[in-house]
Design a protein. Structure first.
Ligand code: CA
Length: 424
């Protein structure tokens, strides 16, 4: 039972209007408080809750939990306990912070060590990511890029409508919101030239994506069906898959993305659970041709999540440059996971599966500069009068994601990262 999702529940913690973190959300993250104390926590409004302290003080005594499960610097051990246990914890947190419950509300001595203003925290990477996979599941994005790289006739490759295309990315360079990213150096082929040059990427881009985090899967050799997939999906984050288009274009044939992608990807720090997202399920797009039987899945396996991208020049204002939605994705996460494991590939708790750039049908829904500026042909105008074909050094890219339905709003917060000049 997802009692934590009760839309009528009120909390005794102050929640600012429009907050991404009402009591119905209860995401999980890892933070450092007072510059030295690392703990697993959640948040309601702008108040962070130290789950290790809650546990030590006996507030989870009716749930079977290892003593040190929240005294960790990643969520992996917690996720490994499985979704039913995580669900019990989330339900219990909702109960403790319910407006009608005074067991903690009236304990000033406990509140002092459990609650922190989020402004005083440093958010850390929420999971240890053993493996990271990036899909390519937005039809609009695949078609846009296909048209630019190969021409209109070959925009979608023949396999695209039959399987969720993906590749194995690199997890070592996934960083958390607030960490900056260096413009990468590398090889590219200048237009009209037959020999490559070496230097800082000239076409630095973001990719608006979301990623889901898995639980432990099955043994090597076994597969996870579309019916089972949701049992192995823990939660989601916003994901900015930094891309160097000039490096990518020169290197990607025949094995796909490499150095144009693996210099960095940024994630939002709070993992919003699929349990919390339950009210925001929606119909996935119709799929034609019908996928092979192992990829067929229920129609309500998409999620209505609004997505926004902002560019903030050094010292300047935020400029909204893209508005998209997770529901535009052609292939669902359930299908991605079933496809990923159909050959017997195993997954582990904390693995990250990114969606691929989430573009929508209209030009203002495009999820990358490559598409928004159409390869630089239509520069974006910013409020300060400057133009962008691709990102400049000093630009901060901010991505936000939120759901809204029937008066309930919840979200993911943001992922924010600045482009630094290439290292000499
Ligand atoms: Ca990507």
């Amino acid at each position: 039972m997802l009692t934590a999702n009760d839309p009528s529940r009120k909390t005794w913690v102050e929640v600012p209007k429009g907050s991404d973190f009402p009591i119905q959300n209860i995401p999980f993250g890892v933070f450092m408080a007072n510059d030295d104390h690392i703990s697993i926590g959640t948040r309601i409004g702008d108040t962070a809750i130290d789950l290790a302290a809650l546990h030590q003080l006996g507030y989870f005594k009716d749930i079977s939990l290892p003593e040190d499960v929240f005294l960790q610097d990643t969520l992996n051990d917690f996720i490994t306990l499985g979704k039913p246990t995580c669900r019990q914890v989330r339900n219990r947190i909702a109960e403790i912070f319910d407006a009608n419950n005074s067991e903690l509300k009236d304990r000033e001595d406990h509140k002092e060590i459990i609650l922190f203003p989020v402004s005083e925290l440093q958010m850390l990477m929420p999971v240890f990511i053993q493996d990271y996979t990036d899909f390519y599941s937005s039809r609009e994005h695949a078609e846009n890029v296909g048209i630019m790289f190969r021409g209109k006739e070959n925009a979608l490759m023949p396999n695209w409508l039959h399987l969720p295309v993906g590749y194995h990315g690199r997890s070592s360079s996934i960083i958390v919101s607030g960490e900056d990213v260096y413009r990468p150096m590398g090889q590219s082929l200048p237009a009209g030239s037959e020999t490559p040059v070496y230097g800082p990427s000239k076409l630095m881009d973001f990719e608006l994506e979301m990623a889901f985090i898995t639980t432990d899967g099955k043994h090597l050799g076994e597969r996870i069906s579309t019916e089972e997939a949701e049992d192995y999906m823990f939660g989601m984050v916003v994901f900015n898959d930094w891309s160097a288009r000039d490096l990518q274009k020169w290197e990607y044939v025949p094995l796909g993305p490499f150095l144009g992608k693996n210099f960095g990807s940024s994630i939002s720090p709070w993992v919003v659970t699929f349990d919390a997202l339950e009210p925001f399920r929606t119909e996935r797009p119709a799929q034609n041709p019908e996928p092979l039987p192992y990829l067929q899945c229920a129609s309500n396996t998409a999620y209505d999540i609004n997505l926004e991208v902002y560019i903030q020049p050094e010292g300047g204002e935020e400029n909204l440059v893209s508005e998209s939605n997770h529901k535009y994705l052609y292939w669902t996460m359930v299908q991605q996971l079933a496809h990923h494991t159909v050959n017997g590939c195993n997954i582990n708790a904390g693995d990250m599966m990114a969606s691929g750039t989430i573009s929508g049908p209209e030009p203002n829904n495009y999820g990358s500069m490559l598409e928004l500026s159409w390869r630089g042909e239509k520069p974006l105008k910013l409020k300060d009068g400057s133009e962008r074909k691709f990102l400049l050094d000093g630009d901060t890219v901010i991505m936000r994601a939120y759901c809204e339905k029937g008066g309930l709003r919840m979200g993911f917060g943001e992922v924010r990262s600045k482009v630094l000049p290439a290292k000499e």
